[in-house]
Design a protein around this ligand. Structure first.
Ligand code: NI
Ligand code: MN
Length: 224
């Protein structure tokens, strides 16, 4: 499969048969090299409803009719916009045509652009083509990451380092120790001035602890 990082928390995953987007903040994302017209998802996974994650969901959803996968309250809100959504919640997992999705806790908030409570924010663990990906969503550091690491053999961990709204570098370095992934990829930084962070500093600190870090360029695609 191919994993393309669109900057911020947004990813485009392509398997042989499906295109999956995570947190498709694209058109207003100053660091995304592509626009929403360049994607055609079969599925959209949302960690929470803040505008830098919900992004172009309504526009893309209305155009391409993908299946949204997210927590119940947000799924119900998407349905009021005429979109197709599958309701899940934290701790729950389910097999879809492309692979398995499980929602985890995340310590953060979540509200829709019209100011409604959108359920709890989440992280997501995906099992696709034999690989396990953990996208933490927006979150602070929490000790249950240790449990998540014990119960899942994480191949790729996507973790925020931008501070202010989420973990900063030092907390993210500790999170990597807890989760024990094969490779960590930093996200949610340098999109805006308020979340400026140096991914090379994160990489140095993580690698000093014996973990492997790969800094994806905004727009870069990797084959895994
Ligand atoms: Ni957020
Ligand atoms: Mn965010």
């Amino acid at each position: 499969m191919k994993i393309r990082y669109l900057g911020h928390s947004a990813f485009q995953i392509k398997t042989e048969k499906h295109e999956i987007l995570i947190d498709p903040f694209i058109d207003d994302n100053p660091v995304s090299p592509i626009k929403s017209k360049d994607v055609k998802p079969d599925f959209i996974i949302l960690t929470h409803a803040h505008s830098d994650h919900l992004g172009d969901s309504i526009k893309i959803g209305t155009r391409d009719n993908p299946l949204f996968i997210c927590v119940n309250e947000l799924a119900e809100w998407l349905k009021t916009k005429g979109l197709n959504a599958h309701n899940m919640h934290i701790g729950g997992s389910r097999e879809f045509d492309f692979g398995k999705v499980k929602f985890t806790i995340a310590h953060h908030g979540s509200s829709t652009p019209d100011g409604r409570y959108a359920g709890e924010p989440a992280g997501v663990i995906l099992n696709i083509n034999g690989k396990t990906l953990y996208h933490t969503g927006d979150t602070g550091l929490f000790y249950d990451m240790k449990l998540i690491g014990e119960m899942n053999n994480i191949d790729y961990l996507f973790i925020p380092i931008g501070d202010n709204f989420t973990m900063g570098i030092d907390d993210a370095v500790k999170a990597v120790e807890f989760i024990n992934p094969k490779v960590v990829i930093p996200i949610h930084y340098n999109t805006f001035g308020i979340i400026e962070a140096n991914p090379q500093l994160f990489k140095e600190k993580v690698e000093a602890n014996g973990f492997k870090c790969y800094v994806m360029k905004f727009g870069e695609e990797i084959e895994v």
